[in-house]
Design a protein around this ligand. Structure first.
Ligand SMILES: Cc1cc2nc3c(=O)[nH]c(=O)nc-3n(C[C@H](O)[C@H](O)[C@H](O)COP(=O)(O)OP(=O)(O)OC[C@H]3O[C@@H](n4cnc5c(N)ncnc54)[C@H](O)[C@@H]3O)c2cc1C
Length: 284
């Protein structure tokens, strides 16, 4: 299908993009266009004005900054998957980026677009939550930093306010000895996550699990932390049996999605299984 008519601008600076966004009430920013253009072709979205961010080169970077891996919002999935800093310090993020769609999507789609879109089956949200990341947005009232736990507010809904643009995503650098992993069960047709799990694990001097953060995507209206399972695993020996036993609690208190691919009972089982796989992969 063909989208409804719209006006278009490709500003060279973030300030200009913010100014256009303020001036055109029904404008939408476009990053890679990998989600937005499909919605426009289906006429689910019909913005009257598109503000293309792709000329703003200063929004695409991966760097270490004040104890965090700072990722510019316009960084593509492919660039993130290939970034040596990410592969070395936060494998879960590289694994999520390289598990997204296909080569074409990864070469064009961006982390800022993915987190702003907040598809319930997107891969990054689980990693953002498990890593206690921060989404940095710029708007008419300046810059705001939104902690991961406050970013996802519902199905395709986030804490982003009108007139704001995601400019950066920050992932605190994990202390030495803390490991991470992301695993997913791909939807057989779309490749999106039926369930995706991100784990961040640290063993104590006694060899037991001192700290663990576990988050899931694909299973509910938005990504969530599995705090009951985290609690169950803390203090345990990191054996496969202990991990699997703790994961029995991973779906606790979550309203799981039902669709043609998986009903809630099957998704609950996938959450248990992929939660265990993520923790075991992080433990190596
Ligand atoms: C065939 C296919 C397979 C895919 N498979 C997967 C998959 O397996 N896993 C996965 O996670 N994703 C998948 N995706 C989605 C892909 O990751 C997209 O790149 C992503 O959802 C949107 O990023 P984008 O840069 O293309 O954003 P766009 O499509 O340009 O924008 C999406 C939305 O975010 C808003 N937006 C974009 N950037 C910003 C910003 N900086 N600030 C504020 N708002 C912004 C736009 O206004 C729009 O509402 C797939 C997409 C396709 C087409």
């Amino acid at each position: 299908m063909i989208p409804a008519a719209f006006d278009y601008a490709a500003p060279a600076t973030l300030d200009e993009a913010l100014r256009l966004l303020r001036r055109h009430r029904h404008a939408k920013v476009m990053a890679g266009g990998q989600s937005l253009l499909s919605l426009m072709k289906l006429r689910v979205a019909s913005p009257s004005f598109i503000i293309d961010l792709r000329r703003i080169g200063r929004l695409a970077y991966v760097k270490e900054d004040k104890g965090a891996i700072a990722v510019g919002a316009m960084t593509t999935h492919a660039a993130l998957a290939a970034a040596a800093l990410v592969r070395r310090r936060l494998p879960a993020l590289a694994q999520a980026a390289e598990a997204i769609g296909d080569l074409q999507v990864r070469n064009v789609g961006t982390i800022g677009g993915s987190l702003a879109h907040a598809d319930p089956a997107a891969d990054y949200p689980a990693v953002l939550l498990a890593c206690d990341g921060v989404v940095v947005v710029r708007g008419p009232r300046g810059t705001r930093k939104v902690p991961a736990g406050q970013w996802f507010t519902g199905l395709f809904a986030t804490a982003l306010r009108s007139g704001e643009i995601v400019v950066e995503v920050q992932f605190p650098i994990l202390p030495a000895g803390t490991r991470s992993a992301y695993v997913k069960m791909k939807h057989p047709a779309s490749g999106f996550a039926v369930v995706g799990a991100a784990a961040v694990v640290r063993l104590g001097r006694d060899g037991r699990v001192a700290d663990v953060r576990l988050a899931f995507t694909g299973a509910a209206s938005h990504a969530f932390r599995a705090r009951a399972a985290e609690e169950a695993l803390r203090g345990q020996e990191p054996t496969e049996a202990a991990v699997r036993a703790a994961m029995a609690r991973a779906p606790e208190g979550v309203d799981l999605l039902e669709d043609l691919v998986a009903d809630a009972a099957y998704r609950a089982q996938l959450v248990r299984v992929y939660g265990a796989r993520a923790v075991l992969a992080a433990l190596g």
